[in-house]
Design a protein around this ligand. Structure first.
Ligand code: SF4
Length: 330
């Protein structure tokens, strides 16, 4: 499960929980998550820089976190705010270069690939459309609780089918899914409620640790930067970028899960074969126009769930079958 901003181009970006503002002068700016085992390990060993972004949610007295008035409809792609990480972006697109400003390379026929995938995703009836993270948080809860629930559903969705994640979220919500509610919950109860999500025992530990950090350092809210999110136990890059998009309405990077990673390689959207989602993310961000960064996750996740399946892709019914280097006879 995942899928952020995917509705960006073709569907409204509904009900994002909120947006962050700093204390004063900041201008407007801005499942399935599978903590794959590698992600889980990554969290343990990750060294991330201090969260110094002006968008960081920091302890009281240093910044103000003010949820936006909740919106009932998601703005279309063009109205999404793009919040770049400090090292991203140099304006190279204006000179005809890739987003990094250093590479004019782009995959042949990628626009045709994309248009075809949009056509195949038009019905929006993939599991991610019905049960993705954007469908799993309580829209009637306070904004900071909505954001917390977004983060929790992302953590649960790693190595887990959308249906299983959605069921766990429903059980948690019935128990009161908030920072204080989870801190009051004993580990056995939390484990019983989230079972059978993948790696549920590890997730109990990560959820408890992350929730305690949110309580102590973020006044019960979630960080509003990728760097801050990555410091949380059990949160990997894909979750961080999806949380930024869904919880804060800011596009910080391409969220690459196993579907995006697989399809990008099959379509040769990377100059060379990539070995990990993080490599794929970097390769895609090098050339894919930023206005598509949010949509691409949603498009490819659903496409990967319905057509470009991991083991037996349905090439015969794929509109890209004559353009795809990996098309199979079947
Ligand atoms: S032709 Fe087959 S491998 Fe290529 S994108 Fe379509 S389903 Fe995937």
């Amino acid at each position: 499960m995942s899928g952020a901003g995917r509705g960006a181009v073709t569907r409204s970006r509904s009900r994002r929980p909120g947006r962050v503002e700093d204390a004063g002068s900041r201008p407007a700016a801005g499942s399935r998550l599978q903590p794959s085992p590698s992600e889980v390990n990554l969290e343990k060993g990750r060294q991330t820089p201090p969260d110094t972004s002006p968008f960081a949610v920091v302890p009281a007295g240093e910044a103000q976190v003010r949820p936006l008035k909740r919106q009932r409809r998601r703005p279309k792609a063009g109205s999404l705010e793009v919040c770049y990480e400090p090292l991203a972006g140099s304006g190279g697109e204006a000179a005809g270069l890739g987003p990094s400003g250093s590479s004019p390379w782009e995959p042949p026929a990628w626009r045709q690939h994309l248009d075809n995938i949009r056509d195949m995703r038009e019905s929006r009836d993939a599991p991610v459309d019905q049960l993705g993270v954007e469908q799993c948080f309580d829209r009637d809860a306070p904004p900071e609780v909505q954001r917390y629930q977004v983060l929790l559903s992302l953590m649960l969705s790693s190595q887990t089918k959308d249906q299983v994640t959605a069921g766990a979220m429903r059980r948690l919500q019935a128990h009161g899914l908030s920072v204080d509610g989870v801190l009051r919950m004993d580990d056995a109860t939390l484990g019983r409620l989230i079972y059978p999500v993948g790696f549920w025992k590890s997730k109990v530990r990560f959820i408890k640790q992350t929730t305690a950090i949110l309580k102590d350092r973020y006044r019960g809210d979630i960080p509003a930067t990728v760097a801050g999110l990555l410091q949380l136990p059990g949160v990997g890059p894909k979750m961080a970028h999806l949380a930024m998009a869904i919880a804060w309405g800011a596009v910080s990077g391409i969220a690459v899960d196993t579907h995006v990673h697989r399809i990008a390689n099959r379509l040769q959207w990377t100059q060379t074969e990539t070995k990990s989602p993080e490599q794929t993310r970097a390769a895609l961000e090098d050339w894919l126009p930023r206005e598509l960064w949010s949509e691409i996750n949603w498009l490819l996740v659903g496409f990967g769930q319905q057509v470009c399946l991991p083991r037996h892709p349905r090439c015969a019914s794929c509109l890209n079958r004559t353009l795809c280097p990996a098309a199979r006879e079947s």
